[in-house]
Ligand binder design. Structure first.
Ligand code: ADP
Length: 598
């Protein structure tokens, strides 16, 4: 633990570099926000100095027996200036600052979203990266404002604290030293407490993720049915209990020490406050080196200086704490995708070929071995096999979500790594098994973006080809009906089969040179499946299509069928040829056909 703590502690130079990194980011997003914060800090600092000066001046005037009118004029001038300063601060705080904070938050979130999308999917499988990524997206916008607030306080306290400390030193050196020493001791306590709280935060992240997963499963509609008909709820509750117990353990581990240190900190505070009064009384009544005005000034200045020092040290500690967070943000932004695009632009589609490819996910287990297949323009091929055979993995490789670990994939005879990534991905339109419906209108879901008036006709045609027309006619606002109830009670939730049709319409609308249909009709009953397949066949006549399924009724029409097992192609050929071969494909087909006959 001591070792990890040591590794986590950052050198002041690094803290400064990280803080500057974040400030630079905020500056790029909104320079106005930046200036506003500094202006505000200086206004508040001027107010503190004025306040201290005015206090001393009143005592001086009284001591000198100045006329009451002079004191009243000064009071009026100070009251007016203070009102102006505070008014400008209030106006800034409640209007400009709130607006600019929003600009900063949005700017940073958009940067995070953009960067997340630029990364390869493989990164999501590295738990450490994924944790930091979730943290970055969830908290960075709040953090950036928090950090800027700390910097603002630092500027404010350094400028006002330095001015008032000068007054205190001129009053009495011993008193100034007494305050400094005790404030520094308090700062040691606060640093220790902050460090422990941070360590607690870090260590409790795993249990927080477990708890959030369990609560998510309970409120997401996707899981509602399973939870009602299985014992899964009990397993989840056990997980939740364990995560709570884990957190209880962490609270015991960290907060006992935090409590003791907190109590010690309070004692230091009490010694400082009361000790100072005793010292000043001693100096005033026994040594007679301090007058009544000096006594009052000493008490207030000491409070100001000690609170300024305390805040400066707290701000430095806070910045060190935030620096560790910024470090993670930097790591996230510095992480580059391992899927690099090339410079070539794809020409007219001729062929897509896998040449002896093999692949292993992040865990290193090879799931595809020496796979070779080819599809040429206008062909329809099918990839079949039981679950876990490697069919979807092959498609992910074709889409370049991952890169092959052996062999190569060629588009028109050229390695796909040589093509510009975005342009290459446009060659393939895919309907994935785990497609997602977005909380947007039907039209936007099909167009996968904003749907212009010109695009509506194409969207309607794609929905028709995906057998969605009957349902579309029943939807309250047709193409403009909102899907999911995420944002509105009037939204429509589609059934599994209907959602799948939307996903299919997406691929049909895209009309990419190659269309991939991963289990296109898996959520449908046999009649609907037959009807959908007929529609898809019509819509995709003359198109290049890769069908993936373990339901062989979907794929029997393909020109060539590749049968996968344990990541290898074990048979290939037309449906008739494979049936004649009487191998595993024929066995699988006969087994499925017998189910329909009985
Ligand atoms: P299919 O689509 O034929 O059902 P998949 O391609 O999804 O099969 O899976 C092939 C193998 O790869 C399976 O053993 C599966 O457990 C494994 N696999 C799939 N996705 C991942 C992943 N992200 N990380 C590790 N292994 C995976």
């Amino acid at each position: 633990m001591a070792e990890t703590e040591k590794k986590k502690r950052q050198k002041p130079g690094r803290v400064l570099a990280n803080t500057l990194y974040l400030l630079g980011m905020a500056w790029k997003i909104s320079p106005r926000f930046f200036f506003g914060y500094i202006f505000d800090a200086l206004v508040l600092s001027a107010w503190s100095i004025l306040d201290a000066w005015y206090f001393k001046r009143v005592f001086d005037l009284l001591d000198m027996g100045a006329p009451v009118s002079e004191i009243l004029w000064m009071l009026l001038a100070v009251a007016l200036t203070t009102t102006l300063l505070l008014l400008s601060n209030t106006v800034y705080w409640w209007t400009e600052n709130e607006k600019q904070k929003l600009v900063i938050k949005c700017g940073l979130q958009l940067k995070l979203f953009d960067h997340a999308l630029s990364l390869d999917i493989g990164k999501y499988e590295i738990p450490e990266f994924y944790n930091d990524f979730i943290w970055a997206v969830r908290t960075a916008d709040v953090k950036v404002c928090e950090i800027l607030k700390v910097v603002r306080n630092l500027i404010r306290r350094v400028s006002s604290g330095a001015a008032v400390f000068g007054i205190l030193v001129s009053l009495d050196l011993f008193t100034a030293a007494f305050i400094l020493v005790l404030t520094a001791s308090g700062a040691v306590c606060s640093t220790y407490i902050n460090k422990k709280c941070y360590a607690y935060d870090m260590e409790s992240r795993r249990s927080e993720r477990v708890a959030s997963y369990v609560s998510r499963v309970h409120y997401l509609a996707d899981y509602a049915k399973e939870l009602r008909i299985s014992e899964a709820g009990k397993v989840l509750e056990k997980l939740y209990d364990e995560s709570t117990e884990e957190r209880r353990g962490l609270i015991r581990k960290y907060f006992g020490k935090v409590q003791t240190c907190g109590a010690f900190w309070n004692v230091i505070g009490a010694v400082k406050d009361n000790g100072l009064i005793l010292i000043l009384l001693y100096k005033m009544m026994v040594e007679k080196t301090v007058l009544l005005g000096g006594f009052a000034l000493g008490v207030t200045s000491s409070w100001r200086v000690s609170s300024a020092l305390q805040e400066i040290i707290t701000a430095a500690t806070e910045l060190a704490k935030h620096s560790l967070y910024i470090e993670k943000l930097r790591t996230f932004f510095d992480t580059k995708t391992s899927i690099e695009g090339g410079t070539k632009m794809p020409e007219r589609f001729e062929s897509l070929e896998c040449k002896n490819i093999s692949f292993a996910y992040e865990n290193g287990v090879e799931v595809l071995h020496d796979v070779s297949l080819k599809i040429t323009a206008g062909e329809k091929i099918a990839i079949v096999g039981y679950n876990g055979a490697g069919k979807t993995t092959l498609i992910k490789l074709l889409m370049r979500f991952y890169d092959v670990t052996g062999g190569e994939i060629l588009l028109n005879g050229i390695n796909i790594k040589e093509y510009d990534l975005d342009a290459y991905r446009k060659v393939i339109g895919a309907v994935f098994q785990d497609y997602k419906i977005f909380a947007a209108t039907v039209a936007e879901n099909v167009a996968c973006g904003l749907c212009s008036d010109d695009a509506r006709e194409g969207v309607t045609a794609a929905l028709d080809a995906a057998s969605f027309t009957d349902k579309l006619q029943k939807l309250p606002d047709g193409l403009d009906t909102h899907l999911t109830r995420e944002f509105s009670d009037k939204g429509t939730n589609l059934s599994g089969g209907e959602s799948q049709k939307i996903a299919i319409a997406r691929a049909l609308y895209k009309r990419a040179p190659v269309t991939v249909m991963d289990e296109p009709s898996s959520a449908l009953d046999p009649v609907a499946e037959y009807e959908l397949n007929r529609h898809i066949e019509n819509a995709l006549t003359d198109q290049t299509v890769i069908f993936i399924s373990h339901r062989l009724s979907t794929t029997r029409g393909a020109a060539r069928i590749y049968m996968f097992e344990h990541g290898r192609i074990i048979e290939d050929g037309s449906h008739d040829a494979l049936i004649a071969q009487n191998g595993k494909y024929a066995a699988m087909f006969n087994l499925q056909a017998s189910k329909y006959r009985t």
